[in-house]
Design a protein around this ligand. Structure first.
Ligand code: HEC
Length: 313
């Protein structure tokens, strides 16, 4: 069940989007719905111009600025570069525990495995490095990417699996295991590099961004909650034993070792766990909806540095 304090938070925020024009519009809509017939023309004009506005091309940069401003105002004491540390960035007590955990980071084993796997040649003699820009060093912050050939978004895990398949190897489970180890190694070489997601000048790229944004804000599942319901206004609040991570920088620490998993997980493992918490029907790990969601979330974090691999309680 969603705790009571969260329920009231959902009610209060009503999922208004930072910087969106929808919220201020509500007052006149309400007034219009009750006004006399003589005023109908004025109202019709207002409604028509409002829907024309809603149909306007989305402005990802405007969205990103409003999204980030929301979190900078909410957490004035959190440094911009620290948002990727999620719950540890916004909760002092957790930060202390974290410092202790980081003396022996539980993702070290995965990092070792990741480096070893990265160096190992495929059966055809090629390497992962042959599939990536800059041989895969320091590129994690540029994923997910929009790929013109497919017209779809590709995640880092998707790029690794494509590399394997193109070289005659079987794809890996995108959620954990060797995949998490490989992305841990790639994240490590990208630490400190700010997210730099691009939306190329292609209507399909913008549409993918739009669909990701829609997913983030739409209420789903039996609980009728959205990602935003938990990771926007209630960020920093306690939910069961957890402190809710702010949506800004929420993928910067991936992959993560979580004690309650007892293993490593990639972005998509965390996203699908959260999705099932809303009791929505789970999608396939490489479902286009999830990829678009990751595209949107990562774009919102442009400028926030990679801190992965990470560790969480
Ligand atoms: C009912 C509340 C709830 C909803 C809805 C929810 N989450 Fe979460 N999410 C959590 C909790 C609790 C955690 C674990 C604590 C934390 O790190 O925030 C978490 C963690 C995460 C993390 C890892 C954060 C970190 O720093 O380790 C990501 C990424 C994430 N959620 C993404 C999403 C996405 C994407 C959606 C929508 C599909 C979503 N969440 C919906 C509650 C929720």
């Amino acid at each position: 069940m969603v705790p009571r304090n969260l329920k009231s938070a959902f009610y209060l925020v009503g999922e208004a989007r930072p910087g969106s024009a929808a919220a201020p519009g509500r007052a006149w809509r309400h007034w219009c719905s009750r006004s006399a017939i003589a005023l109908n023309l004025v109202c019709t004009l207002l409604l028509v111009s409002a829907s024309a506005k809603a149909a306007d091309k989305s402005e990802p940069e405007t969205d990103r600025k409003a999204f980030q401003a929301f979190f900078f105002a909410k957490f004035p004491h959190v440094a911009k570069d620290d948002f990727g540390n999620g719950p540890y960035a916004v909760n002092e007590a957790m930060r202390k525990q974290w410092k202790e955990i980081m003396e022996f980071p539980p993702y070290e084993i995965a990092l070792d495995e990741g480096h070893a796997e990265w160096e190992k040649p495929f059966a055809n003699g090629k390497h992962y490095a042959d599939c990536f820009d800059n041989k895969g060093e320091g590129v994690r912050q540029t994923y997910p990417r929009f790929i013109a050939e497919t017209g779809q978004v590709e995640t880092l895990e998707g790029a690794i699996n494509r590399c394997r398949v193109e070289n005659g190897e079987k794809p890996l489970d995108p959620m954990t295991g060797t995949m998490a180890s490989l992305t841990a190694a790639m994240a490590e070489s990208s630490r400190g590099k700010p997210f730099a997601i691009t939306i190329p000048d292609d209507p399909r790229a913008l549409a993918a961004y739009e669909r990701g944004k829609e997913f983030f804000y739409s209420r789903k599942g039996q609980l009728g909650v959205s990602c935003a319901s938990c990771h926007m206004s209630p960020a920093g609040e306690r939910m069961r034993g957890d402190i809710l991570a702010p949506a800004l920088g929420i993928l910067a620490a991936m992959p993560i070792y979580r004690s309650d998993w007892g293993s490593m997980g990639t972005s998509i493992r965390r996203i699908s766990t959260c999705s099932s918490q809303t009791r929505a029907l789970p999608l396939k790990a490489d479902d286009e909806d999830y990829r678009n969601l990751e595209y949107f979330l990562s774009y919102m974090s442009n400028g926030i540095p990679i801190v992965g691999p990470g560790t969480r309680p």
